[in-house]
Design a protein around this ligand. Structure first.
Ligand code: NI
Length: 188
């Protein structure tokens, strides 16, 4: 497994629609392995293919040590609303409250090519919605109010200097006590 560079806000791939996966290949399995590896190194709980510069319709999620691969996922049922803070591995150090469906059922394909359905609530439901948004070029900051979003973009003007080429290069070792570590439950 290897760590992949994470594309950050401003990289066009994050705004690009993905392409449905037609079949499972070795290349795809490797991508999924690398995505899990990268997500964990970054202390996130979800990661979508565009975040590592790929346009296959794939995301990985791991909430409460329950790794889930989502290939061609779609939300088929949703109910309720819930507002909570979110962050994104592609927009480091920026957080915001987002209202999402409280419960969802997702239909997706797994790495064996089998279609499955999975019901989720709370953080897992939020992770599913956040990652599926990524697969359609949408980011959590799109849900913020005009003023909040303007504030975020102003902050990002300074933060983005840390990411030359709009890429975030991870190291295996993470620094405990960093701002990200305290937020790790909400970074998707
Ligand atoms: Ni994200």
């Amino acid at each position: 497994m290897s760590l992949l560079a994470i594309h950050v806000l401003g990289s066009p791939v994050l705004r690009t629609e993905t392409t449905p996966v037609a079949g499972i290949t070795d290349d795809l399995r490797r991508l999924v392995d690398d995505m899990f590896d990268t997500m964990r190194a970054a202390q996130g709980i979800g990661l979508a293919a565009p975040q590592v510069g790929r346009l296959e319709r794939i995301a990985v999620v791991d909430v409460d040590k329950d790794p889930i691969v989502l290939i061609n996922p779609e939300i088929i049922v949703e109910s309720g609303t819930e507002r909570a803070e979110e962050g994104c591995l592609s927009i480091p150090d920026i957080y915001g409250d987002v209202t999402r469906s409280a419960q969802v059922t997702v239909r997706a394909m797994d790495l064996d090519g089998k279609v499955f359905e999975r019901e989720a609530s709370d953080l897992l439901a939020r992770a599913f919605q956040h990652e599926i948004d990524h697969l359609h070029g949408k980011l959590f900051i799109d849900y913020l109010s005009f003023l909040k979003r303007r504030g975020v973009m102003a902050r990002w003007e300074d933060l983005k200097e840390k990411y030359p080429g709009q890429r975030r290069i991870l190291a295996r070792a993470t620094i405990p006590g960093s701002d990200e570590a305290s937020h790790r439950d909400e970074i998707l």
